[in-house]
Design a binder for this molecule. Structure first.
Ligand code: URA
Length: 307
């Protein structure tokens, strides 16, 4: 990010207008995806303050005219902490496929521990939260990143969203030990003066961990992957499509069927809406069908209106 006035691309009102439009567009798309919080850096917040002090910030969407009121001289908005942008993808030592799945995963976990000592980015915290469940699980569920509760328990999906996930699995006739549960990012994203608050991992943080999730998928080789929420969907299927547009059909990752569904915290945020419950449940029914699991009439009818 530059605010150097000598730069040809900065400080011009039309460019600032573009930046503001991009920020508004970004915030609208996040809202559409069901996100209620985003982390913005100081420059983005400055742009928002500028927008809210203008008489009709909404006109921005339609306006092509340069803004005449003084605007912050910013050419690019960073959505994540700056340091995260310098993370290199994690270089992994090869893991022998002839070892058992448990041993291969243990080696992968060990490499992540080693990564802590040297080149670990400041934007992530230091406690490794690797995965839980069975490496022989037929279903691999992928979330975003650990939060406060997960960091305390050293296991993914421990807080309210985790309890919801347990309920979903229970409705399928499964428990955590029969599936493999993991996150894209294995360390809790940090925030200034952090207590129990969590944040979504940045694009750069997710990118740094892609070699790890790829390796986990290679090792576990599940019969089906379920992505929970927008972040694993975007990362794994390399798309910026929304969960609502991608759920309801099958996708593929390296020949493995992928079912996209909402994150359990979206269900919580929706006030446990029956409509959201039913959509998640339909995705889970599709998974059960794909795996040839028995489905009772009662299970088929869960969360239908008037059921
Ligand atoms: N949300 C996630 O995506 N993963 C967790 O482990 C907890 C909450």
């Amino acid at each position: 990010m530059s605010d150097d006035p000598s730069s040809a691309e900065t400080s011009q009102a039309p460019i600032n207008t573009l930046v503001m439009r991009q920020l508004v567009k970004y915030l609208e798309s996040e809202k559409e995806k069901g996100r209620s919080h985003v982390l913005l850096d100081a420059d983005a917040r400055q742009v928002l303050r500028h927008l809210s002090s203008r008489p009709s910030a909404k006109q921005l969407d339609n306006s092509t005219a340069p803004i005449t009121t003084p605007a912050p001289s910013i050419k690019k908005i960073m959505i994540a902490p700056n340091k995260a942008d310098t993370i290199d993808p994690l270089g992994l030592d090869p893991i022998s496929p002839s070892l058992s799945k448990t041993k291969q995963l243990a080696q992968l976990e060990q490499q992540l521990r080693g990564w802590l000592t040297g080149n670990f980015p400041q934007s992530l915290r230091q406690t490794l939260v690797f995965s839980s469940g069975s490496p022989d699980g037929r279903i691999m569920l992928i979330g975003e990143a650990p939060g406060h509760e997960e960091e305390k328990a050293l296991r993914p999906f421990e807080g309210p969203a985790g309890k919801k996930l347990d309920k979903i699995l229970e409705a399928m006739g499964l428990n955590r030990n029969e599936v493999y549960v993991t996150n894209l990012v294995k360390f809790r994203p940090a925030t200034p003066r952090q207590t129990t608050n969590n944040r979504k991992p940045s694009v750069a943080e997710v990118a740094a961990f892609m070699p790890v999730i790829r390796e986990e998928i290679r090792i576990v080789r599940p019969q089906c992957i379920v992505t929970l929420g927008a972040t694993p969907l975007e990362a794994l299927l390399q798309t910026d499509s929304t969960v609502s547009s991608m759920r309801g059909s099958w996708h593929q990752y390296d020949g493995i069927p992928v079912r996209v569904t909402y994150h359990p915290s979206y269900l919580l945020q929706s006030g446990e809406s029956t409509a959201v419950k039913r959509m998640i449940w339909e995705d889970m029914l599709a998974v059960m069908e794909k795996l040839g699991m028995e489905i009772s009439a009662k299970q088929r009818g869960y969360f239908l209106p008037n059921s």
